[in-house]
Write a protein that binds this ligand. Structure first.
Ligand code: PGA
Length: 256
């Protein structure tokens, strides 16, 4: 089933606005739950109240990050054990964490295996920067990130593993990647995952596109043969816009 994920990032600032936003997408998301898996990734402080709104809806909840240790003296960190049970998913290695907070491939690998070990699904993000894209080294960058990020994973993790290709130059810029480029990179990701955990298991790993996805361009990505859905940032903060993205995805996959 395709996955449409809403990465709210550090928004909204108000608890009431967060609840309004999730209620605004709930009926459409629930109505398509048999054809599209929808997952909402709010900031940590809103997770609990949103989990109550989403209960029994079939719409999934996720965190935007987690730490790799279970507990201990790690001021400010949130462990996967704390999220387990009420978060279905966690995003690991988003480029904003890699670039702004200095998260390394090694940290991504440790967080990924820790979250999987707590029975959560992981959306591991990979992506090239503009200078790498312009230098023609996107493939090497993405291959290295996938290889390092999955260092501790095995075929057993495949059903709960998602890799999102998010070119850094497409995130929040309004300039999404050319679908042909996205397709070639998602094909590369699948090949690399196959080399790492076996081709059979790699088929179960879902591969998403992310970067300036909106209701007008979503079809051009979800109709790509190897695309299993989208990771949506800015457009997920508008309930009507995000609901439309879910609807289009359901229609496209319904025709496959
Ligand atoms: P964007 O963000 O849709 O605002 O480009 C995507 C993301 O960062 O996951």
């Amino acid at each position: 089933m395709p996955l449409v994920a809403a990465n709210w990032k550090m928004n909204p600032n108000d608890a009431g606005d967060a609840l309004d936003l999730v209620r605004g997408v709930l009926s459409v998301a629930r109505g398509h739950a048999d054809r599209v898996e929808v997952a909402i990734f709010p900031p940590f402080p809103w997770l609990l109240s949103i989990s109550e709104v989403l209960a029994e809806s079939g719409v999934k909840l996720g965190a935007q990050d987690c730490f790799w240790e279970t507990s201990g003296a790690y001021t400010g960190e949130v462990s996967p054990a704390m999220l387990k049970g009420w978060c279905d998913w966690v995003i690991i290695g988003h480029s904003e964490r890699r670039i702004v907070l200095g998260e390394t491939d090694e940290m991504v690998a440790k967080k990924t295996v820790a979250a999987l070990g707590c029975d959560m699904g992981v959306i591991m993000c990979v992506g090239d920067r503009i200078e790498q894209y312009e230098a023609g080294s996107s493939d090497q960058v993405v291959e290295a990130q996938v290889t390092a990020g999955l260092a501790n994973c095995s075929a057993d993790d495949s059903a709960r593993l998602v890799i999102a290709y998010e070119p850094v130059w497409a995130i929040g810029t309004g300039k999404s990647a050319d679908p042909e480029h996205a397709y070639r990179t998602m094909r590369l990701i699948r090949r690399v995952v196959g080399d790492l955990i076996g081709a059979g298991a790699a088929k179960k790993v879902r591969v998403l596109y992310g970067g300036s996805v909106n209701s007008s361009n979503v079809e051009s990505f979800v109709e790509l043969p190897l695309c299993d859905g989208v990771l949506v940032g800015g457009a997920s903060l508008d309930a009507a816009e995000f609901a439309h993205i879910v609807k289009v995805t359901a229609e496209v996959y319904g025709h496959r």
